[in-house]
Design a protein around this ligand. Structure first.
Ligand SMILES: Cc1cc2nc3c(=O)[nH]c(=O)nc-3n(C[C@H](O)[C@H](O)[C@H](O)COP(=O)(O)O)c2cc1C
Length: 168
């Protein structure tokens, strides 16, 4: 398998913590970890397999560093890349905008010719609405470290086993 780049944006450390867990769970795969605040577009270009992770801030806003990088993501040639998304949010305090940031990343890449993998059923989550939902599924792995941290590890195990076979 070709190397996987995990690119995360994290304001308080939760998304970074999940990115670290993903590195462990991906086991033998070669994984390169990048903070989106510091990544160069050449690092992104160099990887055929991408995992993009963001938290949500404000009221349904993309995490700040991702927001700054968004024009560069839009300008990238993502054709022939396989991309999985994960998003962190708070389904209790921000039930109407749960993991919206992941939805914004999805909207940015969905028409760019890449293969987006790792959709997750919304069963087992408790929230009102999410921009990251399409046809009854989240467009990636939704996680809530504020209220459901005890579910995170099992959700990661299940998601990684689903996305690994999809990578190039
Ligand atoms: C001021 C503030 C606004 C937030 N807005 C949202 C939101 O709109 N939707 C959501 O799902 N989570 C929201 N959250 C929850 C964060 O996304 C969540 O705590 C996440 O784990 C933070 O990850 P990070 O530390 O990697 O940035 C908000 C949290 C704070 C403190």
């Amino acid at each position: 398998m070709k190397p996987i780049a995990i690119i995360y944006g994290s304001s308080g450390g939760n998304t970074k913590g999940v990115a670290d867990k993903l590195v462990k769970q991906l086991g033998d795969a070669q994984v390169n970890l990048f903070d989106v605040a510091k990544i160069k577009t050449t690092d992104l270009e160099a990887h055929a397999n991408l995992i993009l992770g963001t938290s949500t801030w404000g009221s349904g806003d993309l995490q700040d560093d991702w927001d700054s990088f968004l024009p560069k993501l839009q300008a990238q040639n993502l054709k022939d890349k396989t991309i999985a998304l994960f998003g962190l949010g708070d389904s209790s305090s921000y039930s109407d905008t749960f993991v919206d940031g992941m939805g914004i990343l999805y909207e940015t890449i969905k028409d760019q010719g890449c293969n987006i993998v790792g959709f997750v059923g919304t069963e087992g989550y408790d929230y009102e609405s999410s921009r990251a939902e399409e046809a009854g599924k989240f467009v990636g792995l939704a996680l809530d470290q504020d209220n459901e941290y005890e579910k995170t590890d099992a959700r990661i195990v299940s998601w990684v086993s689903a996305i690994l076979p999809e990578f190039q």
